[in-house]
Design a protein around this ligand. Sequence first.
Ligand SMILES: Nc1nc2c(ncn2[C@@H]2O[C@H](COP(=O)(O)OP(=O)(O)OP(=O)(O)O)[C@@H](O)[C@H]2O)c(=O)[nH]1
Ligand SMILES: [Mg+2]
Length: 325
Amino acid sequence: MKDIGLVGLPFSGKSTLFTALTRAGAKGGHANQAVVPVPDPRVDVLAEMERSRKRVHAQVRFVDVPGGTSSAQGIAQLREVDALCVVVRCFGPDPRPAAELAEVTADLILADAAVVESALARAEKRSRGKPTSEVEALRAAARALEAETPLRNAGLSEEQRRELRAIAPLSLKPWVVVANLEEGAELPPELPEGTVGVWAEIEAETAQMDPEEARVLLEEFGVREPGLDSVVRAGYRALDLITFLTTGEDETRAWEVRRGARAPEAAGVIHSDLERGFIRAEVIGYEELVAAGSMEAARHKGLVRVEGKDYVVREGDVLHVRFAI
Ligand SMILES: Nc1nc2c(ncn2[C@@H]2O[C@H](COP(=O)(O)OP(=O)(O)OP(=O)(O)O)[C@@H](O)[C@H]2O)c(=O)[nH]1
Ligand SMILES: [Mg+2]
């Protein structure tokens, strides 16, 4: 499961958003971690179709990092997460969301500049003046940070990104910007494209309520149901994962795998035995399966393909793995 860290200036509403997010799922053991199912209507459609006894959604974990970017401990915790969710305040007196976003970005850049600088010094010493790919990557990173460019936008090559993995730069992590809005307010135009708006406070207030009661109350406030869902979905999208599905009488389930993964790797997400003993995968796209009406009908019509080890799994593939151990 992937982790998404909440960052933002004090009082931007990180903890409020966090509380709202816990509504969607159980807390993950720690007080500052919430495991949240990723909303995916495909799971329900397939479960109905195949009469599955169980439905299992993919999950992400949100982490409310105490102290955020203003403490060394917060920075250290943020290095561990897979993506960032930057919360900016659009409620209350004198909101200045674009300036807040710039400030958070500057904090991330500053934190990265410090680790890049010391890593570069060490790498140069080790390489004794030879131009290694590590030194070269760190120099490229240092130049970008010097120019106040987040590393994610610095045009680094795959290889350079790999070289930087050991220091886990914050500004290289995928991120999603969340505007914490006053109830009923719309997204301010000055925020970047792709910003997700949420009314965190009203969502948080209903977090402890009975789900049906909460829904009615939120409706009264005019909250479009997907407010929180879109935060979860946007976070999940930022992670550059794809979802594949399995379905049967037992359960219908959404799984996550790295974009570009081949069939055995996807099988390994389900169980390591399925990767070790992988023979082939029966594959059909979700839309095609729904159009066919059922897995059985799809098989009859010859719509289920047989794919081997080299098959690159696609978003929405429904897989059935054949294996032997
Ligand atoms: N009116 C309004 N108030 C909000 C909203 N979201 C949060 N607040 C209030 O703003 C204050 C700060 O919110 P928090 O969620 O604690 O902020 P935070 O980002 O976690 O702050 P730190 O942990 O100190 O960094 C609280 O008093 C919230 O009740 C909102 O959408 N509307
Ligand atoms: Mg907080």
